[in-house]
Design a protein around this ligand. Structure first.
Ligand code: FES
Length: 153
């Protein structure tokens, strides 16, 4: 009889430990999410000025493709000045092509069409191409690139 009681008591003890631990873990996770919501993580970003071309390199209406790291980009000489646009379609992320003879960007995946300024002209893309800030200094064209350099998550 005593052995049975002792066994039951040990089982109760272990049940309480596991239930208490689970409850504590759930509560800790909840508190963690509440704290993250109230104090969002601080992203540490850095702006870099990158040389992307010369002003005599592209005539009005011309574009050139280039890469920075794993980013595919276009430098375009438009009637509104130089623009740096992402070469990634805003629909499903296919790579777009510059069609100079038609004065447009074309996405071969679902026939999305963008103007030289990156605005959607036709097709399913929901928004314009991502655009980067450009600065022309003397005869050089620079772009500003924001990079994540770590920080608290
Ligand atoms: Fe470009 Fe669909 S991915 S139009």
């Amino acid at each position: 009889m005593d052995k049975k009681r002792e066994k039951k008591s040990r089982r109760d003890f272990l049940t309480n430990i596991f239930m208490g631990g689970g409850l504590f873990a759930s509560l800790a996770l909840f508190v963690h999410h509440v704290i993250k919501f109230i104090f969002p993580p601080i992203k540490d970003t850095k702006l870099r000025k990158l040389l992307v071309g010369r002003i005599d390199e592209l005539k009005l209406g011309e574009a050139k493709e280039f890469n920075i790291g794993d980013r595919s980009l276009f430098l375009v000489n438009t009637s509104d000045g130089y623009k740096v646009l992402s070469a990634i379609c805003t629909h499903l992320g296919c790579k777009i092509k510059w069609e100079g003879h038609r004065d447009r960007f074309y996405c071969p995946c679902h026939q999305g069409i963008f103007s030289p300024s990156g605005d959607v002209v036709e097709g399913p893309p929901p928004r314009p191409l991502e655009e980067y800030k450009v600065v022309v200094d003397k005869n050089l064209v620079y772009m500003w690139l924001e990079e994540n350099v770590g920080g608290l998550v």
